[in-house]
Design a protein around this ligand. Structure first.
Ligand SMILES: [Fe+2]
Ligand SMILES: [Fe+2]
Length: 133
């Protein structure tokens, strides 16, 4: 499995957040577009950095939304978000030091995290939003 394709299962019914999740997936899938290119190793830091900054942006938007609706599990979301940001930063450091030879462990981990986080955790706040609108 290379690309993680967007499916309706990921849709939460909150347009801005759905759009951000889609965009995030595009950034991750960009790794597969560049893989095999001669300059892939050099570009990897740049690609990881793109994922990192968009991830931070998405989390801050998402946490602001959660705060605005007084979502009770915002603390758990914050700590999960913090953990994965740390992982991406570690990957970026490794890539910068030339220690990350291929990006597979990175993308595999992020794809798994993304899937599980949206399908389980983000869905919970979407549900909360629906019930408390
Ligand atoms: Fe989240
Ligand atoms: Fe999210």
């Amino acid at each position: 499995m290379a690309f993680l394709t967007w499916s309706r299962d990921f849709e939460m019914g909150i347009p801005e957040m759905d759009e951000q999740h889609k965009k995030w997936l595009d950034l991750l899938n960009a790794f597969y577009i560049h893989i095999g290119n001669d300059d892939f190793q050099e570009r990897m830091v740049e690609l990881i950095d793109g994922v990192l900054s968009y991830t931070k942006y998405h989390f801050s938007e998402e946490e602001a939304l959660m705060a605005s609706i007084n979502y009770p599990a915002i603390g758990e979301q914050r700590s999960m978000h913090g953990d994965i940001v740390k992982r991406i930063e570690e990957f970026k450091t490794k890539a910068g030091e030339g220690k990350l030879i291929i990006s597979m462990p990175l993308t595999a981990e992020l794809k798994k995290w993304f899937k599980e986080h949206i399908l389980i955790e983000d869905m919970k706040y979407a549900q909360y939003l629906k019930e408390n609108r």
